[in-house]
Design a protein around this ligand. Sequence first.
Ligand code: SIN
Ligand code: FE2
Length: 219
Amino acid sequence: MMPPDTMFPADLFEEGRRAMPLQPGAMLLGGFASPRADALLADLHRIADVSPFRKMVTPGGWPMSVAMTNCGSLGWVTDRTGYRYDPRDPQTGDPWPEMPETFRSLAEQAADVAGYARFEPDSCLMNRYEPGSRLSLHQDRNERDFDAPIVSVSLGLPATFLWGGATRSEKPMRVRLYHGDVVVWGGPARLTFHGVDTLRGSGSPAGEFRYNLTFRAAR
Ligand code: SIN
Ligand code: FE2
């Protein structure tokens, strides 16, 4: 037994969220990406030099508050014609940058730990949130099938993830996500509504943005 005075609340907090179920099929892996966060951010910036972050327009004509880009063989895009996966970056006309090995291995390992073996992502949507950005409740359902899980990696500023239910009207649970956290959802949780509450804060040592990498098998 650990003597009580060596177990600080911060340790208990870390311990409790290292593999925290959100619902059957969905798990928060607190800090899973932390040891590799610098390498992930370096690759993220390299990708953004080629396919820059941009605020895409919804089918309704509104620019999103979250700036996005992609890597991998397919990228998620939205414009006035709707949502789709596209093999090319509409802004550059070129294929999306390749998914770096740092990204791929992290996503595969996180999926495996959460109980989804043999995850083979072909798409990574990269989201950049600034203070004031939000992502309203939605399901990820533009993928060809829902057999594969979603792996979501948080970097930079903390944010409040909204974890809802099978319908939009269910009141979402609020889950604080920090630099290095990973959330995996699939199986019975694959179509759960989720979103991100308005990002607050600035002038933090974690930088001025929150980044999120969302890995999918889209084809
Ligand atoms: C998403 O649902 O595409 C992103 C979720 C997040 O930023 O945590
Ligand atoms: Fe999503």
